[in-house]
Design a protein around this ligand. Structure first.
Ligand code: FEO
Length: 409
């Protein structure tokens, strides 16, 4: 047991996977690790499991250290199968254990591993759990990098268990970064760029949350445990997620029937301006074509929106879209949007026109393929007056474009 000891009664119980691992459309040629941790307290607790492929091996190895039936809690910080997969095998042997996770994670875990009959403890931001000799503090970290994620902090040992966050993809036997014999910064930044950076908006919240914690060790769920110069790694996340590019401009052009599409445009403008992005809005029916074209040429992102009538666009939008096809707009982001009542054909027609330009047109498919996010949708389709969850839809999409414009990388 002592080989894998990382602190008082805390042990690494993960799996080194030295295969070429397919991962988020990458191939990890150096493999990775799936780090899991046993806190062998009065109420034994396992934090995170391993990849689905290694569930049985994980439980066999764990059984050499502890009778799984005595495990009281299994903390799942993040439901992706490279960390929750071992839960299928572990929960069968740790049959009385309570599964600890966020509210969003419960249904996912129940469905993924047929755990409908199991006890779950739902924790919220700031909740603590006494595991008999140690205290766990939970902080929700939504969208880092999926919606249900949280991090766990062991108060007495000052150890952070952040799952994917602060990870690196390496398959080596050294547990600690300061024992590996080389500088891991490139690997650490490479992981950040690939997995975390698309969600950098939420890294800002994380950095703030960490300020209240005294962290002496970071035990992530891939790669090295960090215990030397912890602040250096936190500072990398802080620096890379910061907004560094100024003077970005957005042009929004719309036509509208009952002002609902106008309201969408105004909502987007207020979000951009809150992020210090200069935003110009045109009603195409009341604006000069040359002014709109000039503004679009100077913009970094172009939003074109329209209401739908008789399954088509309304007003003076089509002449503008025809002109855009003839222009060189390379390097600009483009988004179609609109309010509609029934089918919203105009929004799709606008999207088709934008796809014929050389702008980088945003689509739900592209977002999923590049980031894995499922809460950001393009084109932005709003039914009737934007309110409630429709406002959230506008917010998610606008913030996504803001992040693309403000990328530090
Ligand atoms: Fe390491 Fe999001 O999985």
């Amino acid at each position: 047991m002592s080989n894998n000891k990382i602190a008082d009664n805390i042990y690494w119980v993960g799996k080194i996977d030295d295969r070429e691992v397919p991962f988020h459309r990458l191939v990890l040629s150096s493999g990775t690790t799936y780090n899991s941790y046993l806190l062998n307290t009065e109420k034994p607790t396992v934090i995170d499991a391993v990849d689905l492929a290694f569930g049985r091996e994980f439980v066999e190895n764990l059984s050499k250290m502890i009778d799984p039936a005595t495990i009281q809690y299994i903390v799942i910080n993040h439901t992706e199968p490279d960390h929750s997969g071992g839960l299928a095998a572990l929960s069968g042997r740790a049959e009385h254990a309570t599964i600890v996770c966020t509210e969003k994670a419960v249904d996912e875990l129940k469905e993924m591993y047929k755990l409908h009959h199991r006890n779950f403890l739902v924790v919220k931001d700031g909740d603590t759990l006494d595991i008999g000799g140690k205290t766990l503090l939970f902080k929700e970290t939504p969208y880092l990098h999926t919606e249900e994620t949280m991090i766990t902090y062991c108060v007495e040992d000052k150890i952070l268990f952040p799952c994917d966050i602060f990870s690196s993809h390496v398959a080596v036997k050294a547990l600690f970064e300061d024992e590996c014999g080389y500088d891991i910064t490139d690997e650490f930044v490479g992981y950040y760029n690939a997995i975390i950076h698309p969600h950098r908006r939420y890294v800002r919240t994380l950095i703030t949350a960490l300020e209240s914690l005294d962290i002496q060790m970071i035990c992530p769920s891939h790669g090295y445990i960090l215990r030397h110069d912890i602040q250096k790694y936190i500072d990398i996340y802080d620096k890379y997620s910061a907004n560094t590019i100024e003077d970005k401009r957005v042009t929004i052009v719309y036509t509208t029937i009952k002002n609902n599409t106008k309201k969408v445009a105004e909502q987007m403008k207020s979000i951009f301006e809150a992020n210090q992005i200069q935003t110009t809005v045109f009603n195409a029916d009341k604006s000069d074509m040359a002014d709109m074209i000039t503004s679009i040429q100077a913009a970094d992102a172009v939003f074109i929106g329209g209401s739908t009538k008789y399954a088509d666009m309304v007003g003076n939008l089509e002449p503008l879209l025809i002109q855009l096809k003839e222009m060189n707009l390379e390097g600009k982001l483009a988004v179609a949007f609109g309010s509609y009542g029934w089918s919203g054909e105009a929004i799709e027609v606008i999207q088709d026109y934008l796809n014929e330009t050389n702008m980088d047109v945003q689509s739900t498919s592209k977002v999923i393929k590049t980031t894995g996010m499922t809460h950001v949708e393009f084109p932005i389709r709003i039914r009737f007056t934007p309110k409630n969850e429709q406002l959230q839809k506008i917010e998610h999409a606008t913030e996504f474009v803001t992040d693309l414009l403000q990328s530090a990388i």
